[in-house]
Every structure is written in C-alpha cells, then in structure tokens.
Design a protein around this ligand. Structure first.
Ligand code: AHR
Length: 500
C-alpha cells in the first residue's frame, strides 16, 4: 500500500545543531592505542595519528568528539597525561595499563586536525572538584597560574580553548568506580561547576543525568543555573557479558519508543522551566553495548582470558549489519524531531569497538553506521519541517531479544530543508526485511530535480569487512519532481530523497 506524503517546508519544527552528529572516543581496547594513535604505522603522521582515520572522520564532518571516557574517566587523573615524561598508570576501570602517551594535548591536537570541537569528560569518580578546575586552568587560561604555565612549558603557548566539559560520566551506576548517590550528586556538581566556571566562565558544562526523577530532578533543581547541558546515555542491545548480538528483527524491536529517554528528560526540563536554558547532550548512544565481560559485574575476571581477551570480539565486523544502520537512522531521526532540546549526540564510539570505523594495520573498514553519518551529514537538511501522511504508516509485529512482541512502524520518515538554500530532503527508513515500501509525494512546488540516495546491502544481514564491501550508498536520478511522484524504498534500507 503506497503512503501519500505531503511535505510543507513552511512549517519549521527546529533547526538541528550540527553537533547532533557527534562522536565519542574512549581509552578502551583499540579506540585510542592501536586505533587513532598508532605511532610507527606507515599510515600515521608525525604525531602518531592515523591519517586514514582522520580523513574518514573529515568526510563525515565530525563536529565534536567526547573524550577520554566513559567509565575510564572515573579513575583517570589528567595530569598523568601531560608533560615531557609520561609515567604509565593503572586504569582501574578497565584493568589495563594506561601508557599516558595520549593525553589532553594530543587529544586537542587531534581535534584541530579533524576540525572538530574537543569535549572533555572529567573524573567525578575518584577525582576532586579541584582536579576538574585545574584541568580547565591547564586548557583554557592564557598564562595565569601553574597549570597554564605548565601547558606553555609543554609546548602549547596558546590556550586550547576547550568549550565543552562534562562533570562526571555515569556516576549513578553501580558499575562506575567512585559512584555517587542521588543525594551527593547535586552538591558535587554544583561545587565543581562553580570552580570550573570561576576559572573560565565561558565553558559550557554538562553533568551525568538519567531519565530518573530521583537522580535528575535534584540535579536540575540545585544545579540548573550552572549547567548548559545534561548528559544522557543509552545502549539497547546489551552485551557486556555475552557477545550475542540481537538479530535483525530483534534489533528493529529496539526502535519501539526509541525516544522515550529524551521524552522523559525533556519532561523534567519542562517541569522546572529549564527547556531552552539547558540542552540535552545524548553523549553516548549505540544500538550495541560494548563487550567487556567480568569487569562491571561480580565476580571480576582474574585470568586475562576471562576479561581482557574477549574484548577483541568487539572487532568482529560481521556483527555490524544493516540492522545497525537502520536502527541508527531511526535514532537520528528521533533526535532531529527533538532538535529543539537535543543539541548534541555522540555515537559510542567512532572508532573500533562498536564504532562506525574499524581500523586495522593496513587500512579501514567503514561499517554500515559510518554510511548513515555520511548520508545525514552530507545529504540531509539542517531544518526539520513538518510532514503529513494520508494513511497510517504500516505496522509490523516483531519479536524482541527478550521474546516479547512489539508493534513498530515499518517506516520512519523525517522531512528537512536547508536554512541557506532551496529544496527539501526526506530521510526515509524502511525497516522491513522483506517488503519494499512506496511513497507518493506532494510538495508545494514542481519541477525540481529529484535524487534518491540509498544505503543498503544485498540482505538485512549484509556487512562490510576487510576486502568485503557489501554495504554502500547508491545514487539514483529520479528526474524532475511532479505532484504525485512515486518513490520505492527497498527493504532494510536507509534513504535520503533530495528534491532541489
Ligand atoms: O561499555 C562502555 C561504557 O558504557 C562506557 O565507558 C560507559 O560510559 C557506558 O556505561
């Protein structure tokens, strides 16, 4: 059954912030070491950064990278990672040695090479509020005080100008080292925020939040005036202990009420009249949680094969199929729909583990999710506009990983335009693994050129790997738009229809 679709570019819903397509990089497994930071590899530059990874990040115009964690940060002391001599420390979160050869200065240098904003998450686990503000001194004071002077001595006379800072990671979680109670959290955040702002009043501060009244309501009530952001995280297909990915249908079940975390958080912001004053940074999201058995749970792994070796399983590219691409497009559509309050989102992570890019000694694998960012950053408009469909979207009963049945819409549609040029771009995701879908378009004007960009593979379980490129973007010219134009959306596909 065809869906009649009317797009009205005059009815603007929101202008999305480019940081909606942000990313995350943690000191975990091969994201930093043997990942972006690979000194000695012929593909690396004079600073040891993989130039092929940087180029791939530039192609999807990475706007911001959050670093250094994640759980890692809750026992990280930033001062170990600066200066001429770097002494290795023990990373108590992930239970490995941290060489400290990639630290603040290297991270900021990397961001400047990519052309993205650095976003630093601070240690609210074992760290002190003064350690956080010292970090701001080191990065942002021109020359006052010992930390700015130290940065200058380390070869960085100009301040790093780090604008985005998060107070803590998931300090609400039992798994986080140095976790805090809902009673402790607001006071710690407020005092940290005061100190950091006294160093640099221009910094934009976030704090770990939850769609949970006990934790977040108190945070907002006591810290609202000090925060520009609250940070939300979500993974749907939970695999920390068992690396058994949800299959395609179960992955689609995870799209059921995909924005409920945002809706709950924005409800709290609304109730305290903070919407518009505090934005949401969804600064860790991915369909698949990372695999790191016996490190977040008791008993902890003792033998390295219990808890360290299994982390290599995250590198198995066959797990990242069209399910990851379709799910990620649905999530980004949802964030665009909430673009009036969600101003940043960070795919977790960008490189290796469950990332959009996988690096190996001789090159890269661009996984299915990488191409979603390529489409959304380079082909979709920046202004979300209203759309009307004449019929209910087709429903599909799917079985979740937990065996429960869910009813999801098999199409996910988002209409956009550009703030600086004419035309529209429709993101159209067909979740169904077998059935194509057809849309019949009505636009205010006729005669513009229609082009369909389709991300797909031969089947829903297709994936990219070394020497295997099953998933990619095809471009199809559809001629000039006329009222009633019919467009077919293939099964298990992510599409951007441009009419410009
Ligand atoms: O699995 C990785 C972890 O997920 C991140 O370090 C943490 O922020 C989240 O719980």
């Amino acid at each position: 059954m065809a869906i009649t679709l009317e797009i009205d570019p005059r009815r603007v819903k929101a202008v999305r912030d480019p940081m909606l397509y942000g990313h995350f990089l943690e000191h975990f497994h091969r994201q930093v070491y043997r990942g972006i930071f690979d000194p000695g590899n012929p593909l690396s530059d004079e600073d040891g950064f993989r130039t092929d990874v940087i180029e791939a990040m530039k192609r999807i115009r990475v706007p911001v990278i959050r670093w250094p964690g994640g759980c890692f940060v809750s026992t990280y002391h930033w001062h170990d990672g600066v200066g001429k001599t770097r002494v290795p420390s023990f990373d108590k979160s992930w239970r490995v040695e941290e060489p400290n050869t990639f630290g603040t200065d290297e991270f900021v240098k990397l961001c400047r090479k990519i052309g993205c904003e650095p976003y630093i998450c601070t240690n609210a686990g074992t760290g002190s509020i003064e350690e956080m503000s010292d970090w701001v001194e080191y990065c942002n004071l021109p020359h006052e005080g010992k930390f700015a002077r130290e940065r200058i001595e380390n070869g960085y006379p100009a301040p790093h100008r780090v604008k985005y800072w998060s107070i803590g990671n998931e300090n609400y979680g039992h798994w986080e080292l140095g976790a805090k109670s809902a009673e402790e959290w607001p006071r710690l955040v407020r005092e940290a925020a005061k100190l950091m702002s006294h160093v640099d009043p221009t910094v934009e501060l976030s704090a770990a939040a939850l769609p949970d009244l006990d934790w977040t309501y108190g945070l907002l009530k006591h810290c609202g005036p000090y925060l520009k952001w609250i940070s939300l995280h979500q993974y749907w297909d939970m695999m920390p202990e068992k690396n058994e990915p949800a299959d395609y249908e179960a992955a689609m079940a995870f799209t059921w009420r995909i924005d409920r975390t945002v809706r709950a958080a924005r409800g709290m912001l609304d109730s305290l009249d903070l919407t518009g004053k505090i934005s949401i940074a969804f600064d860790e999201w991915n369909l698949r949680s990372w695999h790191h058995p016996r490190v977040h749970s008791l008993p902890l792994g003792v033998e390295k094969d219990d808890y360290l070796t299994p982390r290599d399983k995250n590198d198995d590219n066959s797990m990242y199929t069209m399910a990851d691409a379709v799910f990620s497009a649905c999530f980004l559509n949802a964030m665009n729909r909430h673009a009036d309050v969600v101003k940043m989102a960070n795919f977790a992570p960008i490189l290796n583990t469950r990332g959009a890019i996988m690096s190996h000694p001789d090159g890269l694998v661009l996984r299915s999710t990488y191409h979603v960012f390529d489409l959304y950053v380079n082909r979709l408009g920046d202004t979300v506009v209203d759309l009307f469909h004449g019929e209910p979207l087709p429903l599909w009963r799917v079985k979740g990983k937990d065996g429960d049945l869910k009813t999801v819409e098999s199409l996910d549609l988002l209409a956009t335009k550009w703030s600086d040029r004419k035309g529209i771009a429709l993101a159209a995701v067909n979740k169904h693994p077998r059935d194509a879908a057809e849309i019949v378009l009505t636009l205010p004007e006729e005669g513009q050129r229609a082009t369909l960009f389709t991300l797909n593979g031969p089947d829903e379980n297709a994936y990219n790997d070394i020497g295997r490129n099953e998933i990619g973007i095809t471009e199809t010219a559809l001629g000039l738009y006329q009222k009633g134009m019919r467009v077919v959306l293939p099964p298990h596909s992510v599409n951007i229809l441009q009419i410009v």
